[in-house]
Design a protein around this ligand. Structure first.
Ligand SMILES: [Zn+2]
Length: 484
């Protein structure tokens, strides 16, 4: 109840909103005359850019809004975007800087300045998202996922993001501007970057990444048996993809130039101790692995003890049944690892199969699990089936349900999503049938599409009766029947 600051109220943040956006909205709602002299002063910020991607007011914001500082850092700033590829020490410095408000030198600390990929002094928005946000929340806001370096388009609406200059002393919210549709390659990079940001919660060691890159290069025959990288070939591969991003879009021009000067991707391998912008890693990962998921599967193999490596690699392509032998071993209390080795099915697949067969196994949430919890939450929010999510992440359905049980509001939301999906399906079944059979009667529709008819009758009666062909008057029913 007691708020130790001078803030009398604070709006709730929107899902995926940046810290700056949040405070800008507070300012606009509060009716303060000046963003700088009133709102920022209330937060104790007298200098520094409020709109910076690493703002200096997070500790005060945490108190004012009564939200844990770590939540703000992890979910309302691009902290995780940078932390994934940062050495541990720098990562701690970044976290400490954000936690204490000492953010002035953070960009140079993490090396984005020396990488010459300092995020432009711009903020990005998508007009379609703005419209949806206004419909859903009642206000537009800055999406964190749109502000990550390399994110040039909206992955949902396939249009380039609109850029506006960051203004030091103004509380700005995005406004709607038309941009050109984005192309497939631009969207590909954006999806990769956003997947990384959403799914990756822990740092990857340099050694771990380089080993994974080299292993894939070897498989692609770009690494010679003498362990030399055929850079010419690798540059051509990356170049063929970078070419897909139009000139002048985002930070990609700089990478294209480095590629033609043979600085990139060489730097990732030769200056392994240097600090490289996440986008460099991501562009290489796109060329070698196609998706973030594929890369993480490979990267995680590196740290798995040898005996626990999955034996069956193409498991996802086959539909695997739990063999009698595996069932018997599991039921007699055999550990997942031991049984996996014995029957040649990976631990994650085995876990799912055992779960499906109703065999109780020790499903303690793993370290990886806490890392992907947010990604799971997102899919749950989109209405994906728990079994599909479990399969995607190689965990048990029970683990996914555990995440779901932490968010009771999602249960209601998912029911609504499914309801609308079903309604859309049944409505369009009826309408399509009527288009193809212009003279069809109510009764015949009921016969041909019984399930849809009954579902709509039960849940959407008003719509059904408005859209069905008009009822035949009782007096004429006999004539029509007779006429057939
Ligand atoms: Zn959008």
């Amino acid at each position: 109840m007691t708020n130790p600051t001078r803030f009398s109220f604070f709006p709730a943040p929107a899902e995926g909103e940046t810290a700056y956006s949040w405070i800008a909205r507070y300012h606009l709602m509060s009716g303060h005359a000046s963003f700088r002299a009133n709102t920022m002063a209330l937060l104790g910020v007298l200098h520094g850019r409020a709109s910076n991607e690493f703002p200096s007011f997070l500790p005060q914001l945490s108190v004012a809004a009564d939200m844990p500082l770590s939540t703000i850092i992890h979910h309302m700033t691009p902290y995780r975007f940078y932390a994934t590829f940062l050495p541990e020490k720098l990562c701690q410095m970044l976290n400490a800087g954000l936690s204490t408000g000492q953010t002035r030198n953070l960009q140079s600390t993490i090396g984005t300045v020396s990488n010459r990929m300092t995020p432009g002094q711009q903020m990005y928005s998508c007009r379609h998202c703005i419209k949806e946000d206004i419909d859903e929340y009642g206000f537009p806001f800055w999406h964190l996922l749109h502000q990550l370096t390399g994110v040039v388009s909206c992955s949902r609406h396939h249009e380039l993001l609109h850029a506006v200059p960051r203004i030091q002393s103004q509380a700005m919210l995005p406004k709607s501007f038309i941009e050109r549709p984005s192309n497939a390659m631009e969207d590909r990079y954006v999806t990769l970057i956003q997947d990384m940001h959403t799914q990756q919660n822990n740092m990857l060691s340099k050694q771990q990444c380089l080993l994974t890159y080299r292993r894939r290069l070897y498989e692609m025959k770009i690494l010679t048996p003498q362990q030399r990288i055929r850079f010419q070939q690798l540059r051509e591969l990356i170049g063929s993809r970078l070419k897909g991003v139009e000139v002048g879009v985002g930070a990609f021009d700089h990478l294209k130039q480095q590629l033609s000067n043979a600085q990139f991707p060489e730097c990732l391998f030769y200056q392994a101790h240097g600090n490289h912008h996440p986008l460099k890693h991501l562009v290489l990962i796109d060329a070698l692995f196609e998706s973030w998921h594929e890369f993480t599967v490979e990267v995680n193999k590196i740290y798995m003890p040898l005996e626990a490596q999955p034996v069956v690699i193409s498991e996802r392509k086959q539909s695997i049944e739990l063999s009698h032998k595996a069932q018997a071993l599991l039921r007699s209390g055999g550990s997942l690892r031991a049984v996996s080795k014995e029957v040649g099915v990976s631990v994650s697949t085995l876990k799912i199969l055992a779960q499906r067969a109703g065999i109780k196994i020790d499903c303690r949430p793993s370290k990886v699990f806490t890392g992907i919890e947010r990604a799971i939450w997102r899919l749950l929010m989109l209405g994906e089936k728990t079994s599909d999510i479990a399969f995607k992440f190689g965990i048990s359905v029970g683990s996914v349900e555990k995440v779901l049980s932490k968010h009771p509001e999602l249960v209601i939301l998912r029911k609504q999503i499914w309801f609308y999906q079903r309604r859309k399906f049944h409505r369009s079944a009826i309408l399509t049938h009527m288009v193809h059979n212009p003279t069809v009667t109510r009764k015949l529709i009921g016969l041909a599409l019984g399930a849809s008819y009954i579902w709509l009758y039960k849940h959407d009666k008003e719509w059904l009766y408005v859209h069905l062909p008009p009822e035949i008057p009782r007096s004429k029913r006999f004539q029509i029947k007779g006429g057939r």
